[in-house]
Design a protein around this ligand. Structure first.
Ligand code: BV8
Length: 235
Protein backbone atom coordinates (compact mmCIF):
# COMPACT_ATOMS: atom_id res chain seq x y z
CA UNK A 1 0.00 0.00 0.00
CA UNK A 2 1.55 3.32 -1.09
CA UNK A 3 1.17 5.92 1.65
CA UNK A 4 4.10 8.33 1.47
CA UNK A 5 5.09 9.90 -1.86
CA UNK A 6 8.22 11.98 -2.57
CA UNK A 7 8.52 13.62 -5.98
CA UNK A 8 11.71 15.20 -7.33
CA UNK A 9 11.49 17.51 -10.34
CA UNK A 10 14.08 19.12 -12.58
CA UNK A 11 14.14 21.51 -15.51
CA UNK A 12 12.38 19.03 -17.83
CA UNK A 13 9.07 19.58 -16.04
CA UNK A 14 9.17 23.29 -17.01
CA UNK A 15 10.51 22.83 -20.55
CA UNK A 16 7.05 22.75 -22.17
CA UNK A 17 6.18 25.94 -20.29
CA UNK A 18 8.88 27.67 -22.31
CA UNK A 19 11.77 27.64 -19.80
CA UNK A 20 15.15 26.34 -21.03
CA UNK A 21 16.61 23.23 -19.48
CA UNK A 22 20.33 23.11 -18.64
CA UNK A 23 21.85 20.21 -20.52
CA UNK A 24 19.64 19.82 -23.58
CA UNK A 25 21.47 20.74 -26.83
CA UNK A 26 20.13 24.34 -26.80
CA UNK A 27 20.09 24.51 -23.00
CA UNK A 28 21.47 27.10 -20.58
CA UNK A 29 24.89 25.45 -20.29
CA UNK A 30 25.28 25.65 -24.08
CA UNK A 31 25.11 29.46 -23.75
CA UNK A 32 26.83 30.07 -20.41
CA UNK A 33 29.66 28.43 -18.40
CA UNK A 34 28.76 27.29 -14.89
CA UNK A 35 32.04 28.81 -13.66
CA UNK A 36 30.99 32.24 -14.96
CA UNK A 37 27.42 32.47 -13.61
CA UNK A 38 26.54 29.74 -11.07
CA UNK A 39 29.25 29.65 -8.38
CA UNK A 40 30.03 31.92 -5.41
CA UNK A 41 33.45 32.60 -6.98
CA UNK A 42 31.76 33.83 -10.16
CA UNK A 43 29.61 36.22 -8.12
CA UNK A 44 32.61 37.53 -6.20
CA UNK A 45 34.59 37.97 -9.43
CA UNK A 46 31.89 39.56 -11.61
CA UNK A 47 28.59 40.23 -9.79
CA UNK A 48 27.20 42.19 -12.74
CA UNK A 49 27.53 39.17 -15.07
CA UNK A 50 25.79 36.91 -12.53
CA UNK A 51 23.04 39.49 -11.88
CA UNK A 52 22.48 39.83 -15.62
CA UNK A 53 22.23 36.03 -15.97
CA UNK A 54 19.49 35.82 -13.34
CA UNK A 55 17.79 39.07 -14.37
CA UNK A 56 17.32 37.64 -17.87
CA UNK A 57 15.90 34.34 -16.57
CA UNK A 58 13.66 36.15 -14.03
CA UNK A 59 12.26 38.44 -16.75
CA UNK A 60 11.61 35.39 -18.93
CA UNK A 61 9.82 33.59 -16.08
CA UNK A 62 7.62 36.67 -15.48
CA UNK A 63 6.77 37.03 -19.17
CA UNK A 64 3.05 36.44 -19.81
CA UNK A 65 3.53 33.35 -22.00
CA UNK A 66 5.25 31.30 -19.28
CA UNK A 67 2.60 29.33 -17.39
CA UNK A 68 2.42 26.02 -15.52
CA UNK A 69 1.78 23.05 -17.85
CA UNK A 70 -0.30 19.89 -17.38
CA UNK A 71 2.61 18.11 -15.67
CA UNK A 72 2.73 20.79 -12.94
CA UNK A 73 -1.07 20.58 -12.70
CA UNK A 74 -1.08 16.76 -12.42
CA UNK A 75 1.44 16.87 -9.55
CA UNK A 76 -0.63 19.52 -7.74
CA UNK A 77 -3.76 17.41 -8.26
CA UNK A 78 -2.00 14.28 -6.92
CA UNK A 79 -1.00 16.21 -3.78
CA UNK A 80 -4.57 17.49 -3.37
CA UNK A 81 -6.24 14.07 -3.71
CA UNK A 82 -3.62 11.82 -2.13
CA UNK A 83 -4.77 10.56 1.31
CA UNK A 84 -1.21 9.89 2.57
CA UNK A 85 1.88 12.11 2.89
CA UNK A 86 3.15 13.97 -0.18
CA UNK A 87 6.31 16.05 -0.59
CA UNK A 88 7.44 17.73 -3.81
CA UNK A 89 11.16 18.57 -3.95
CA UNK A 90 12.19 20.65 -6.94
CA UNK A 91 15.65 21.52 -8.24
CA UNK A 92 13.98 24.28 -10.26
CA UNK A 93 14.14 27.91 -9.21
CA UNK A 94 10.98 28.87 -11.13
CA UNK A 95 7.62 29.17 -9.33
CA UNK A 96 5.50 27.12 -11.75
CA UNK A 97 4.75 24.41 -9.17
CA UNK A 98 3.35 27.07 -6.79
CA UNK A 99 1.32 28.64 -9.59
CA UNK A 100 -0.13 25.19 -10.40
CA UNK A 101 -1.23 24.81 -6.75
CA UNK A 102 1.51 22.64 -5.19
CA UNK A 103 1.81 23.38 -1.46
CA UNK A 104 4.09 20.92 0.34
CA UNK A 105 7.05 22.01 -1.78
CA UNK A 106 10.80 22.42 -1.19
CA UNK A 107 13.00 24.46 -3.56
CA UNK A 108 16.27 22.71 -2.73
CA UNK A 109 18.22 24.98 -5.14
CA UNK A 110 16.46 28.20 -4.11
CA UNK A 111 14.02 30.50 -5.89
CA UNK A 112 14.51 33.02 -8.70
CA UNK A 113 11.79 35.34 -7.35
CA UNK A 114 13.56 35.80 -3.99
CA UNK A 115 16.75 37.62 -2.94
CA UNK A 116 19.10 37.13 0.00
CA UNK A 117 21.01 39.90 1.76
CA UNK A 118 24.69 39.11 2.48
CA UNK A 119 24.64 41.77 5.22
CA UNK A 120 21.57 40.80 7.29
CA UNK A 121 20.66 37.38 5.84
CA UNK A 122 17.06 38.40 5.10
CA UNK A 123 15.36 36.47 2.27
CA UNK A 124 12.67 38.55 0.59
CA UNK A 125 10.46 38.34 -2.49
CA UNK A 126 11.85 40.23 -5.49
CA UNK A 127 10.75 40.46 -9.12
CA UNK A 128 12.91 43.44 -10.04
CA UNK A 129 16.26 43.29 -11.81
CA UNK A 130 19.12 43.08 -9.31
CA UNK A 131 22.39 45.05 -9.46
CA UNK A 132 25.08 46.38 -7.16
CA UNK A 133 22.83 49.42 -6.74
CA UNK A 134 20.04 47.30 -5.23
CA UNK A 135 19.12 48.09 -1.61
CA UNK A 136 18.07 45.46 0.96
CA UNK A 137 14.41 45.99 2.00
CA UNK A 138 15.22 44.73 5.51
CA UNK A 139 18.50 46.45 6.49
CA UNK A 140 18.66 49.06 3.67
CA UNK A 141 22.30 48.05 2.94
CA UNK A 142 23.37 48.91 -0.61
CA UNK A 143 24.85 46.29 -2.96
CA UNK A 144 24.60 43.27 -0.61
CA UNK A 145 21.80 41.43 -2.43
CA UNK A 146 22.23 38.13 -4.32
CA UNK A 147 19.67 35.82 -5.91
CA UNK A 148 18.28 33.36 -3.32
CA UNK A 149 19.72 30.52 -5.40
CA UNK A 150 22.04 27.61 -4.45
CA UNK A 151 25.16 27.75 -6.61
CA UNK A 152 27.60 24.89 -7.29
CA UNK A 153 29.69 24.29 -4.19
CA UNK A 154 26.90 25.60 -1.91
CA UNK A 155 24.75 23.39 0.31
CA UNK A 156 21.24 22.79 -1.06
CA UNK A 157 18.36 23.88 1.19
CA UNK A 158 16.30 21.74 3.61
CA UNK A 159 18.46 18.64 3.14
CA UNK A 160 17.49 17.23 6.55
CA UNK A 161 13.77 17.45 5.83
CA UNK A 162 14.35 15.88 2.40
CA UNK A 163 16.47 13.05 3.87
CA UNK A 164 13.80 12.33 6.47
CA UNK A 165 11.06 12.11 3.80
CA UNK A 166 13.18 9.85 1.57
CA UNK A 167 13.98 7.51 4.47
CA UNK A 168 10.24 6.86 5.00
CA UNK A 169 8.75 7.06 1.51
CA UNK A 170 6.92 4.21 -0.25
CA UNK A 171 6.99 5.83 -3.69
CA UNK A 172 9.72 8.05 -5.19
CA UNK A 173 8.93 9.69 -8.53
CA UNK A 174 11.63 11.60 -10.45
CA UNK A 175 10.40 13.95 -13.20
CA UNK A 176 12.38 15.86 -15.84
CA UNK A 177 15.90 15.63 -14.47
CA UNK A 178 19.07 14.34 -16.12
CA UNK A 179 20.52 12.99 -12.87
CA UNK A 180 23.72 14.98 -13.29
CA UNK A 181 23.67 17.13 -10.18
CA UNK A 182 24.25 15.91 -6.64
CA UNK A 183 22.99 15.53 -4.00
CA UNK A 184 19.61 15.48 -5.88
CA UNK A 185 20.82 12.73 -8.22
CA UNK A 186 21.48 10.55 -5.18
CA UNK A 187 17.90 10.73 -3.84
CA UNK A 188 16.78 7.63 -5.78
CA UNK A 189 19.47 5.56 -4.03
CA UNK A 190 18.14 6.76 -0.65
CA UNK A 191 14.59 5.84 -1.71
CA UNK A 192 15.79 2.37 -2.72
CA UNK A 193 17.36 1.91 0.73
CA UNK A 194 13.95 2.79 2.21
CA UNK A 195 12.42 0.02 0.08
CA UNK A 196 10.34 2.48 -1.96
CA UNK A 197 8.95 1.90 -5.44
CA UNK A 198 11.12 4.12 -7.68
CA UNK A 199 9.78 5.59 -10.94
CA UNK A 200 11.46 7.86 -13.49
CA UNK A 201 9.30 10.02 -15.78
CA UNK A 202 11.51 11.75 -18.33
CA UNK A 203 11.94 12.54 -22.01
CA UNK A 204 14.75 9.97 -22.14
CA UNK A 205 16.52 7.66 -19.68
CA UNK A 206 18.63 9.74 -17.26
CA UNK A 207 22.11 8.99 -15.93
CA UNK A 208 20.44 7.40 -12.91
CA UNK A 209 18.17 5.12 -14.98
CA UNK A 210 19.63 1.91 -13.56
CA UNK A 211 18.57 2.93 -10.02
CA UNK A 212 14.88 3.14 -10.95
CA UNK A 213 12.58 0.10 -10.85
CA UNK A 214 10.38 1.70 -13.54
CA UNK A 215 10.75 4.31 -16.28
CA UNK A 216 8.09 5.92 -18.48
CA UNK A 217 9.51 8.06 -21.25
CA UNK A 218 8.02 10.92 -23.21
CA UNK A 219 7.15 14.58 -22.73
CA UNK A 220 6.26 15.50 -19.15
CA UNK A 221 2.85 16.82 -20.26
CA UNK A 222 2.04 13.28 -21.45
CA UNK A 223 3.81 10.88 -19.09
CA UNK A 224 3.11 12.74 -15.82
CA UNK A 225 -0.70 13.08 -16.15
CA UNK A 226 -0.83 9.46 -17.39
CA UNK A 227 1.18 8.15 -14.43
CA UNK A 228 -0.83 10.19 -11.91
CA UNK A 229 -4.13 8.94 -13.38
CA UNK A 230 -2.92 5.31 -13.20
CA UNK A 231 -1.71 5.80 -9.60
CA UNK A 232 -5.04 7.29 -8.51
CA UNK A 233 -6.94 4.47 -10.28
CA UNK A 234 -4.88 1.88 -8.34
CA UNK A 235 -6.14 3.16 -4.97
C1 BV8 B 1 27.05 20.74 -3.01
C2 BV8 B 1 20.61 26.57 -9.18
C3 BV8 B 1 28.54 20.61 -1.24
C4 BV8 B 1 21.23 27.59 -10.02
C5 BV8 B 1 21.82 24.49 -9.49
C6 BV8 B 1 28.58 14.49 -5.01
C7 BV8 B 1 27.92 14.87 -3.86
C8 BV8 B 1 27.68 16.22 -3.60
C9 BV8 B 1 28.10 17.20 -4.51
C10 BV8 B 1 28.76 16.81 -5.65
C11 BV8 B 1 28.99 15.46 -5.92
N1 BV8 B 1 29.63 15.39 -7.10
C12 BV8 B 1 29.79 16.63 -7.61
C13 BV8 B 1 29.29 17.53 -6.74
C14 BV8 B 1 29.30 19.00 -6.91
C15 BV8 B 1 28.07 19.51 -7.63
C16 BV8 B 1 27.62 18.62 -8.73
O1 BV8 B 1 26.69 17.84 -8.56
N2 BV8 B 1 28.25 18.75 -9.88
C17 BV8 B 1 27.86 17.93 -11.01
C18 BV8 B 1 27.64 18.81 -12.23
C19 BV8 B 1 28.94 16.89 -11.24
N3 BV8 B 1 26.99 19.72 -6.68
C20 BV8 B 1 26.97 20.87 -5.98
O2 BV8 B 1 27.80 21.73 -6.07
C21 BV8 B 1 25.80 21.06 -5.02
N4 BV8 B 1 26.33 21.52 -3.77
O3 BV8 B 1 27.25 19.59 -3.26
O4 BV8 B 1 27.57 21.38 -1.93
C22 BV8 B 1 28.60 21.09 0.13
C23 BV8 B 1 28.67 20.16 1.13
C24 BV8 B 1 28.76 20.60 2.42
C25 BV8 B 1 28.72 21.96 2.69
C26 BV8 B 1 28.63 22.88 1.67
C27 BV8 B 1 28.57 22.46 0.37
C28 BV8 B 1 24.86 22.18 -5.43
C29 BV8 B 1 24.21 21.88 -6.72
C30 BV8 B 1 23.17 22.97 -7.00
C31 BV8 B 1 23.69 23.89 -8.06
N5 BV8 B 1 22.62 24.77 -8.50
N6 BV8 B 1 20.84 25.30 -9.83
C32 BV8 B 1 20.38 27.88 -11.23
O5 BV8 B 1 19.35 27.23 -11.48
O6 BV8 B 1 20.80 28.80 -11.93
S1 BV8 B 1 22.00 23.04 -10.34
C33 BV8 B 1 21.15 23.03 -11.80
O7 BV8 B 1 21.18 21.66 -12.28
C34 BV8 B 1 19.66 23.32 -11.68
O8 BV8 B 1 19.19 23.43 -10.35
C35 BV8 B 1 19.04 22.09 -12.26
O9 BV8 B 1 17.79 21.88 -11.76
C36 BV8 B 1 20.00 21.08 -11.84
C37 BV8 B 1 19.83 19.74 -12.43
O10 BV8 B 1 19.60 19.89 -13.80
P1 BV8 B 1 18.22 19.26 -14.35
O11 BV8 B 1 17.09 19.91 -13.65
O12 BV8 B 1 18.32 17.79 -14.31
O13 BV8 B 1 18.20 19.81 -15.83
P2 BV8 B 1 18.96 19.16 -17.08
O14 BV8 B 1 18.89 20.15 -18.18
O15 BV8 B 1 20.29 18.63 -16.65
O16 BV8 B 1 18.07 17.90 -17.47
C38 BV8 B 1 16.74 18.10 -17.95
C39 BV8 B 1 16.15 16.72 -18.15
O17 BV8 B 1 14.79 16.89 -18.57
C40 BV8 B 1 16.85 15.92 -19.24
O18 BV8 B 1 16.99 14.59 -18.81
C41 BV8 B 1 15.88 16.01 -20.43
O19 BV8 B 1 15.91 14.82 -21.20
C42 BV8 B 1 14.55 16.13 -19.74
N7 BV8 B 1 13.54 16.86 -20.51
C43 BV8 B 1 13.72 17.90 -21.36
N8 BV8 B 1 12.53 18.29 -21.86
C44 BV8 B 1 11.58 17.48 -21.30
C45 BV8 B 1 12.22 16.58 -20.44
N9 BV8 B 1 11.56 15.64 -19.75
C46 BV8 B 1 10.22 15.60 -19.90
N10 BV8 B 1 9.52 16.44 -20.71
C47 BV8 B 1 10.17 17.39 -21.41
N11 BV8 B 1 9.47 18.24 -22.21
Amino acid sequence: MTRRIVVLTGAGVSQESGLDTFRDPDGIWSKYRVEDVATPEAFARDPRKVHDFYNLRRRNLLAGHVKPNTAHAALAELERIWPGEFLLVTQNIDDLHERAGSQNLIHMHGEMRKVRCAACGAVTANDADLSLASVCGACTKLGALRPHVVWFGEMPLEMERIGEALAHCDLFISVGTSGNVYPAAGFVAEANVAGARTVELNLEPSLGRSHFAEGHYGKATSVVPEFVAALLAER
